[in-house]
Design a protein. Structure first.
Length: 283
C-alpha cells in the first residue's frame, strides 16, 4: 500500500534571526501608488502629567476644535500593567479622542500619551510626509497649553510608529496555503504533520532590533474581517517602539525617520515582489 501523500502547509523559513542591525535587501524606501494601509499611528508616551486636571481637557479641545470638532471617550491605555490614576481619588484617568469630520483622522490624549491616527475611509493614504506634521502639530498644541497653564513640560519615555495593512482574501491569496505568495518568509514546500490539514487561522510574530539601541520593530500577521462587509483578510502590522538618542525634539524626529525607514523597508522585504507590483503598484 502506498503511503498517503502529505499536504503542504506554509511554515516560516528556518534560520530567521530574531534580531538584525541593518536592513538586508532593500535599497531606498519602497513607494506604492495603492498601498494596503488601513491605519497609521504616530505617538509618544511621557511621564504622567501629575497636575493636569479634568477641566483642562476642554481647554485642550479648544486647541484642536477647528480641525477635530468631535470628542469621544475611550478606555484608558496602560503601559504594561500600570494604569494611570488620579493621585487624589485613585480613579482611572480618561483617554479622549478628538476626531475630524470625515472620521479618518483623530488625536488621542490621556495623561501620559499623545497619539495621532490616520484611518482609511474614503481618501487615499496621504503619505508619511503629510501624517507626521499632523502629529507634530498636535504635540505643539499640547505643549503650548502646558505653558499657558504653567505646567511642567512633557518628558518623553517612548516613541511609537505603527502601520496596519489589510490584505483581503482574493488579493493574491484564497487560503492560508497561499501565504508564500504574499509573504515569502512562509515556505511553500514545508510539509505538514501528515494528518492535519491546512490551518484555518494564523497568528505569527517576529521582533527585529532597531539600530543604535533605538528600540525594536514588531511584525505581526493575524487574520480578521473587513468592517464594511466582513470579508476575510490578512492583517500585517509593523510597529516600531523605542527611545531617541537624546531628549531633544530633533532627536525624536530622527527616531521617527528611522522607524519609518525600517517599517517601509521591512514591508518591502517581507512581502512578495509580485504582490507589490500587481496589487500595490510599487513605484
Amino acid at each position: 500500500m502506498k503511503a498517503a501523500k502529505k499536504s503542504r502547509t506554509p511554515r516560516p523559513k528556518t534560520g530567521l534571526s530574531s534580531t538584525v542591525t541593518e536592513p538586508t535587501r532593500s535599497v531606498g524606501n519602497p513607494s506604492f501608488r495603492r498601498p494596503p494601509l488601513d491605519e497609521v499611528v504616530v505617538g509618544i508616551r511621557f511621564e504622567p502629567l501629575g497636575n493636569f486636571r479634568i477641566p483642562f481637557f476642554g481647554l485642550l479641545w479648544q486647541k484642536f476644535r477647528s480641525e477635530y470638532p468631535r470628542v469621544e471617550h475611550a478606555t484608558p491605555l496602560t503601559a504594561g500593567t500600570t494604569l494611570t490614576v488620579d493621585a487624589a481619588s485613585g480613579a482611572p484617568l480618561p483617554r479622549v479622542w478628538f476626531v475630524n469630520e470625515s472620521d479618518d483622522e483623530l488625536v488621542q490624549f490621556q495623561m501620559d500619551l499623545l497619539y495621532y491616527n490616520w484611518r482609511r475611509r474614503e481618501k487615499e493614504y496621504p503619505r508619511y510626509t503629510t501624517i507626521f506634521p499632523k502629529f507634530e502639530g498636535a504635540k505643539n498644541s499640547l505643549e503650548s497649553l502646558l505653558v499657558e497653564l504653567a505646567q511642567d513640560p512633557i518628558v518623553i519615555v517612548e516613541h511609537e510608529l505603527t502601520y496596519i495593512n489589510h490584505i483581503p482574501q482574493g488579493q493574491g491569496w484564497d487560503t492560508l496555503a497561499d501565504l508564500p505568495k504574499v509573504l515569502p518568509i512562509f515556505c511553500a514546500d514545508s510539509e505538514s504533520f501528515g494528518f492535519l490539514p491546512h490551518p484555518v487561522n494564523l497568528a505569527w510574530s517576529a521582533r527585529f532590533d532597531l539600530p543604535n539601541t533605538m528600540g525594536y520593530l514588531d511584525v505581526r500577521l493575524t487574520q480578521g474581517t473587513r468592517r464594511t462587509d466582513k470579508h476575510p483578510m490578512l492583517l500585517l502590522q509593523l510597529s516600531a517602539k523605542g527611545k531617541a538618542t537624546s531628549a531633544t525634539w530633533e532627536s525624536s524626529r530622527a527616531w521617527f525617520d528611522t522607524a519609518h525607514e525600517w517599517i517601509v523597508k521591512g514591508f518591502g522585504d517581507l512581502t512578495a515582489p509580485e504582490m507589490q507590483r500587481q496589487y500595490w503598484e510599487r513605484e
